[in-house]
Design a protein around this ligand. Structure first.
Ligand code: PMP
Length: 360
């Protein structure tokens, strides 16, 4: 319907049709306000009700404990790479980073500008080194890791055991894709544009007692205590993006919450991983089965890079787009975030079988 494609982009990514339709219906006149959400003052009661509902629904979805603060920030997850060390560590302090792919590597690189970074473990981009072997520093202010490496398709299946260390997770590409025990974390952050909305807003969930220690040079916009004090409205927030995330959160709650989302995601991922496994080696998944991502499924055609190109081109002609792997790793990648329907993965699997039969 609507001439829409199956969009396998890693982000910005597919959103639920019902949410887009709701946004369309609200566009000219949001609930009798006489204006769109893009036009209303962030200081008015209308927008206040939108951001309050978005936060309440997110809190309900993730069962966020009362001693955590939810912030709606800007600058993408990349800006958090700086905000985290600036707020949580001094210049001479040590912080631990676990590198399991491109994004955690970038996060560690940025943190080096602000404090002493100990890369406590480095993966091979296909697996996660056993947490028991991580070389954690005795005095690290926190341990940072990326819960789902979007490019490599490597996903943790639960919070890593780091004892009493403060755990920080980049959940940009698997945020709200499954239930998470927030109490295990000091801070969780995620850009919106994969699972929950359009680009422009970044969610930060922080244990409240950790705020208030930002270095004096921290840009005011990045100071968690300032943002919390102003209820994420120190300056003009990305109102439209927050509104869209709110619509997605409300729909997720109505659809059964995160257990239902996880069940659907497991089913979709299984369709693709099973198709790869039963292709007699025509397709290959580079990732350790124990940590294969439910969100980003990289795969290759080991026999021929030309066939990979052909595959991507033919898929696009059948309205399955954005299947090219990240330029740094090549091959294919199907991103199947929450809003990708099961039907999309089934259609892709059918095409994979057909293509393999033609070219094997
Ligand atoms: N972390 C992860 C895991 C990501 O996938 C991305 C975006 N692809 C980022 C961080 C950077 O996000 P942003 O573009 O919002 O800065």
């Amino acid at each position: 319907p609507h001439g829409r494609v199956f969009n396998f982009s890693a982000g910005p990514a597919v959103l639920p049709v019902e949410v887009l339709e709701q946004a369309q219906a609200d566009l000219l006149n949001w609930r009798g306000s006489g204006m769109s959400v893009m036009e209303m003052s962030h200081r008015g009661k209308e927008f206040q009700s939108i951001i309050d509902a978005a936060e309440a629904d997110l809190r309900a979805l993730l069962a966020i404990p009362d001693n955590y603060t939810v912030l709606f920030m800007q600058g993408g997850a990349s800006t958090q790479f700086s905000a985290i060390p600036l707020n949580l560590a001094g210049e001479g302090d040590t912080v631990d980073y676990i590198v399991t792919g491109s994004w955690s590597k970038k996060a560690a690189g940025e943190a080096k500008k602000y404090c002493k970074v100990n890369v406590a473990a480095t993966g091979d981009n296909k697996s996660v080194p056993d947490p028991a072997t991580w070389n954690l520093s005795a005095d690290a202010k926190y341990v940072h890791y990326c819960d789902n490496e979007t490019i490599q398709g490597v996903e943790f299946k639960g919070p890593p055991a780091v004892g009493d260390k403060l755990l920080i997770a980049d959940m940009s590409s698997n945020f709200c894709s499954k239930p998470v025990d927030v109490s295990k974390y000091g801070l969780i952050y995620a850009g919106a544009q994969k699972n929950i909305g359009p680009a422009g807003v970044t969610i930060v969930i922080i244990r409240t007692d950790l705020m208030g220690n930002a270095r004096p040079i921290t840009p005011t916009m990045l100071d968690y205590a300032v943002q919390a004090g102003d209820q994420s409205m120190y300056n003009t927030p990305p109102c439209w993006s927050i509104y869209m995330c709110g619509l997605v959160f409300a729909k997720m709650r109505a659809d059964g919450g995160l257990p239902a989302v996880q069940a659907a995601n497991e089913k979709k991922a299984k369709v693709l991983y099973d198709t790869i496994a039963s292709s007699n080696g025509f397709y290959s998944s580079p990732v350790d089965p124990a940590v294969r991502s439910l969100m980003n499924v990289p795969f290759t055609i080991p026999s021929s890079a030309d066939l990979e190109k052909e595959f991507i081109g033919q898929a696009a002609k059948r309205s399955m787009i954005q299947l090219k792997g990240h330029r740094s790793v090549g091959g294919m990648r199907a991103s199947i975030y929450n809003s990708m329907p099961l039907e999309g993965t089934q259609q892709l699997a059918d095409f994979m079988r057909e293509f393999a039969a033609q070219h094997a």
